[in-house]
Design a protein around this ligand. Structure first.
Ligand code: AMP
Ligand code: ZN
Length: 469
């Protein structure tokens, strides 16, 4: 299997540190709002990579954080007159719902920055002790010139960067030894959340979070670190500097970055009004359509989101589900008994699409071409599995199709199953809220289920549900 590594800017054969295991870290969202469809791209593509690694037999330890302390969260809290915690908790919950609806599996661990402050203080102290960081007036900076490999991920020329910064010096930053030095810890401003530290009451810089959470949950050296391409510099470059100087070992061996999603060819932004949340899309479409759209492009190519592309993805999904449904019907009611010789040969042909699918996915998770294999299998099945085919043959072709779709997180069999899972998860969440005597939350979930047309019934055997007729 080959993976394009931003460090070398080449596709490299993937070899994990520990045979059969993959340690993977994906930078997660800053939780100050509902996630937008740009945020959904790394979630979907790296969830798909994870599913494929598991299909190949790897055990994947998948860690993805929530950045729950940040200027934007604090601003939102001030605007609403609530604490930053209320904002971040709310949007973590909402983000998890969107993830479930996009069939993005929960990470093995979803650490929160605010729960890892001790680890951050420890790493910053180590960096100071080793001479890689210094404190000025309560702020701690990373001393970039001490790390000779700084710039190795973003392939930037540091002298150019430094001269570019010369005119940008702003007051308060003059205390830095070097323009490229970045903040590890900063003192609090009035009204901001803060933690005690040896340097000041304050909060961590953004980059240190990921270095610490990756170390804690995956170890000093990991296999894959991933995120959107905007994170290459400075975020990931700084993570490398912090982790490698602190731990004295290679931080991540493969760096995967997804390209951006644009809207009608224009960068998505709130001020331009061309901004869609995942929830906006969910109001009009099954989010399986969004997932399919995301996978229709290779993750390293920019993706242009348009209404036409959504409609095309909707039709493509229907072609898949219609085919699966027909195959299932034949498998249930078709001719019983063993496959004919002709059917056995037909199944071999169908299986060839799965081989091609794996070859495409082995080539840097090429979901675009892997989807073509699925469409080719659909075309093959529509022509070569007639209505009077044997049940065994139709069933085997169905399973082949459903199996490939499953690797991409797409349900070939119509949504009832995904609805079941979603409803069961929401009921469990509601039960947990009740147990914690958080009745407001429990009621909110009941209302949400009602809006989805789901009626709850409390019975002796527990909570049961049905779709309202
Ligand atoms: P943020 O909350 O801004 O830190 O973003 C969370 C993740 O979403 C990061 O991996 C970003 O790189 C990614 N991301 C943000 N906007 C887009 C976009 N328009 N297209 C693709 N990825 C994006
Ligand atoms: Zn990060």
């Amino acid at each position: 299997m080959k993976i394009f590594n931003t460090l070398s800017m080449r596709k490299e054969e993937f070899v994990p540190i520990e045979p059969g295991k993959i340690r993977m870290y994906v930078c997660g969202p800053t939780v100050y709002n509902l996630i937008h469809i740009g945020n959904a791209r790394p979630m979907i593509v790296f969830d798909t990579a994870r599913r494929y690694f598991e299909h190949k037999g790897y055990e994947v330890n998948y860690v993805s954080n929530f950045t729950d302390v940040d200027d934007k969260i604090i601003k939102a809290a001030i605007e609403e007159g609530v604490s930053a915690d209320v904002i971040s908790q709310r949007y973590i919950e909402e983000c998890k719902k969107d993830m479930a609806a996009m069939n993005v599996r929960p990470a093995t661990t979803h650490p929160l920055a605010t729960r890892e402050i001790d680890g951050m203080i420890e790493m910053i102290s180590t960096l100071i002790d080793k001479g890689y960081a210094y404190e000025k007036n309560g702020t701690v900076y990373f001393r970039t010139r001490r790390f000779s490999e700084y710039g190795k991920l973003s392939h930037k020329n540091l002298d150019d960067l430094r001269s570019g910064f010369r005119d940008l010096k702003v007051s308060g930053e003059d205390e830095k030894e070097d323009n490229l030095d970045f903040v590890l810890w900063k003192p609090k401003k009035e009204g901001e959340p803060s933690w005690q530290s040896p340097w000041s009451d304050g909060r961590p810089g953004w980059h240190i979070e990921c270095s610490v959470m990756s170390k804690r949950y995956l170890g000093d050296s990991i296999d894959i670190h991933a995120g959107g391409e905007d994170l290459v510099f400075p975020h990931h470059e700084n993570e490398i500097a912090q982790s490698e100087c602190c731990n004295g070992s290679i931080f991540a061996r493969y760096w995967m970055h997804n390209a951006f999603l644009n809207i009608n060819g224009i960068k998505m932004s709130k001020s331009l009004g061309n901004f869609f949340t995942v929830r906006d899309i969910a109001a009009k479409y099954d989010l399986q359509v969004l997932r399919l759209l995301m996978l229709s492009a290779h993750y390293r190519t920019p993706l242009n989101f348009t209404q036409e592309l959504m409609e095309a993805s909707k039709s493509a999904l229907e072609r898949i589900t219609n085919c699966a449904s027909r195959l299932k019907d034949i498998a249930a009611a078709g001719r019983p008994g063993e496959m004919t010789e002709e059917e056995k040969a037909g199944l071999e042909k169908a299986r060839a699409y799965a081989v091609s699918f794996d070859e495409h996915m082995d080539d840097d998770i090429n979901t675009a071409d892997a989807l073509s294999d699925i469409y080719n299998l659909v075309k093959y099945a529509n022509i070569n599995v007639p209505d009077d085919a044997g049940a065994a043959f139709a069933g085997a072709v169905h399973d082949e199709l459903a199996g490939l779709c499953d690797i991409l997180g797409i349900f070939a069999d119509v949504k009832e199953e995904s609805l079941d899972e979603q409803v069961e998860a929401m009921i469990a969440e509601r039960q947990a809220a009740r147990k914690a005597r958080d009745f407001a939350k429990a009621d909110a979930i009941r209302d949400q289920l009602a809006a989805m047309g789901i009626e709850l019934m409390d019975t002796k055997e527990g909570v049961k549900w049905k779709k309202k007729s």
